[in-house]
Design a protein around this ligand. Structure first.
Ligand code: BTN
Length: 258
């Protein structure tokens, strides 16, 4: 049973997670948060569920997670910086989660461009960032987070590519503690981010960057690019060297070429 009081007990934040909507089952926390945000819900509002019937992933994929094992939640933010900084928000989310997961587990995470978190090359967290603009200004963004906490098995395609905190650390975690740690970490990094300052976020992300220097395959809808990931561009793009040419990509699905 998912109880609001249990998530909020011991919460150390002033804004993030103070308005909290808790569901046993929901279609998608991102969808629900979007509806709330469009009706004016305040910054820091969180929608969390134990189970989603239509969990959404990047590129229109489905996000599957069995009940009782994951953290599935969405956070509403309303930063007032220029729209050209929006592409950096996934790095804010990823750095916050990596820091929180490391504090909780004592293990080092890797950040995979643009917004996955890995343990030993396997994904333990996916982030879906959805932004809504009004008159060319960011109105609100929804940070959707799916973190694998206590799964012991992954089947099908996920068997070789996904992992959980429990699988990597060999012990069970209290999802409420992990949640509270993520709220603290988001709130702490957001002090700068809300003013359009991403230096700390990018330093933390780069310190954990999983792809830089590696040969990668970047898949876009109609395109597959193979090359070496060189660096993160200032706007959050990935600089890839193909032959002797360097190009910057802002979207895509990346795999490391072994
Ligand atoms: C990815 O494709 O890697 C991103 C997955 C994001 C999944 C989370 S689970 C909570 C939130 N609600 C959704 O419908 N999706 C995000």
């Amino acid at each position: 049973m998912y109880l609001k009081e249990e998530f909020q007990q011991g919460l150390r934040t002033k804004v993030f997670g103070r308005a909290l909507l808790v569901f046993e089952t929901i279609e998608s926390t991102n969808m629900y948060a979007k509806t709330l945000a469009s009706k004016g819900a305040e910054e820091g509002t969180v929608v969390i569920a134990d189970h989603q019937t239509s969990g959404r992933g990047r590129f229109g994929r489905t996000w599957l997670a069995e009940p009782g094992s994951s953290l599935l939640f969405s956070v509403i933010i309303r930063p007032t910086f220029n729209a050209d900084k929006v592409g950096l928000l996934p790095f804010f989310a990823a750095a916050s989660i990596a820091l929180a997961v490391e504090t909780t587990t004592g293990m080092q995470c890797e950040c995979k461009w643009p917004n996955d978190i890995l343990f030993h090359d396997k994904k333990n967290c996916g982030i879906l960032l959805e932004s809504t603009f009004q008159h060319n200004k960011l109105d609100y963004a929804i940070i959707g987070i799916g973190l694998n906490v206590n799964q012991t098995n992954f089947s099908g395609d996920l068997a070789g590519t996904a992992t959980s905190l429990r699988k990597e650390c060999g012990r069970e975690f209290d999802r409420r503690n992990v949640f509270r740690q993520i709220m603290s970490s988001l709130e702490s990094l957001y002090t700068d981010v809300s003013r359009g300052i991403f230096d700390t976020v990018l330093t933390e992300w780069k310190a954990r960057a999983a792809l830089i220097g590696k040969r990668i395959k970047l898949t876009q809808t109609a395109n597959i690019i193979e090359g070496v990931a060189i660096a993160l561009a200032d706007d959050g793009g990935l600089i890839v060297e193909t032959g002797s040419v360097q190009r910057v990509f802002h979207a895509g699905d990346v795999t490391i070429v072994k």
